[in-house]
Design a binder for this molecule. Structure first.
Ligand SMILES: [Zn+2]
Length: 359
């Protein structure tokens, strides 16, 4: 198949063609110079690496009612918030079914990677891993050990089956606990991540000690805080729709200015559909509403490109022969491809390439 229009990847957005065999890119170049001699199916559109949902809590996806209109702690805080009540009162099978539905939806919509913060200790990680089954998603589960003080046996068992640890926040976990968790993760080649400056500002000296592999939110961070995070080289996942439900918004223009590596996530399954297309559009439009424009290119990087380096698969973020990994084709005009991906893309516009021919 030949796609003529635009390529969007780590080298930027540019006009061009992409020739694919199955889902594999075999040739790219300037439009009109391809070697297919008019023999292949030809579509007009945009080729981009598949997106990654960089922050979810899929365990509460089975909660499908309007979320309560309370403060953050009343809705998603432990142990009394609506979310943790749902988790403790709901049977594992029902929670797994909710998570499975969210994962299937993401796979159908072309999302190729997911970074989930999973509560409920070892059982929580197992539940999500089983729910994912063989779906075509690169799912990374950051679990949460339950015992305090840290029980090395529990933490070790958790790291055996998870991709690391995702903590609630530095405010809720003392430094000794954070250091014990981070060093165990480091030893095992796993990731240590946490939420930071969500409802109110926290001191970067706290949440950057020990050095995390990923932060989430930084909603109440100052420009100086963002600068400190950028200098430490820690990526930050933002979830603007989730924040909006609590009357807040990340200052994405400040994120863009700070140079901090930004990723995009959809947060709790009980709050929002796990759709990155909805998240992208809301992120862009809500910033315009606040008269703080953020560039479409910045949001494209956050959803489609930057997460692949975090996942240890940087080759996916390039559309070129030899750079294997999931790519998407959108039947969208190529005039302004980054804006089209942010404000116009939906799953219905994804063109599915033919299945690979037998060798
Ligand atoms: Zn979260």
């Amino acid at each position: 198949m030949l796609v003529e229009g635009a390529i969007v990847d780590l080298d930027g957005a540019r006009p061009g063609y992409v020739r694919l065999r199955g889902t594999q890119v075999v040739e790219t170049g300037q439009i009109g110079t391809d070697s297919s001699h008019g023999t292949e199916r030809r579509v007009h559109g945009i080729v981009v690496p598949a997106p990654v949902n960089s922050h979810t809590h899929l365990g509460d996806s089975g909660f499908q009612r309007e979320p309560p209109r309370g403060r953050l702690a009343e809705v998603v805080g432990a142990p009394g918030g609506a979310k943790f009540r749902y988790l403790s009162e709901t049977k594992a099978r029902a929670k797994a079914a909710g998570a499975r539905e969210a994962l299937r939806r993401m796979a159908r919509e072309g999302t190729a990677g997911v970074i989930d913060f999973r509560e409920e200790g070892l059982a929580g990680v197992r539940l999500l891993r089983r729910a994912a089954g063989k779906l075509p998603l690169d799912l990374r589960i950051l679990g949460r050990p339950l015992r305090r003080p840290i029980d090395p046996a529990e933490l070790g068992a958790l790291l055996d089956i998870s991709d690391g640890v995702g903590l609630s926040s530095a405010r809720e976990e003392d430094r000794e606990t954070r250091r014990a968790i981070a060093s165990a993760c480091r030893e095992r080649g796993k990731r240590y991540a946490l939420h930071a400056s969500e409802e109110s500002r926290e001191d970067p000296a706290e949440f950057l000690d020990p050095h995390p592999d990923l932060l989430v939110h930084l909603l109440s961070a100052t420009e100086e805080d963002l600068g400190a995070v950028a200098r430490e080289g820690v990526p930050v996942a933002v979830c603007p729709r989730s924040n909006a439900l609590f009357g807040q918004a990340p200052d994405l223009a400040a994120f863009e200015r700070s140079g901090v590596t930004t990723l995009l996530g959809t947060d709790n399954g009980m709050l929002n559909a796990p759709s990155l297309f909805r998240e992208l559009e809301f992120a862009y439009v809500s910033q315009r509403l606040r008269h703080r424009g953020v560039s479409p290119g910045f949001l494209v990087k956050a959803a489609f490109l930057s997460p692949w380096a975090w996942l240890g698969r940087p080759e996916v973020a390039r559309v070129a022969p030899g750079h294997d990994g999931p790519k998407l084709i959108f039947r969208l005009p190529a005039d302004d491809p980054e804006y089209a991906l942010v404000a116009r893309a939906t799953e219905q516009l994804i063109v599915r390439p033919e299945s690979p021919r037998p060798a």
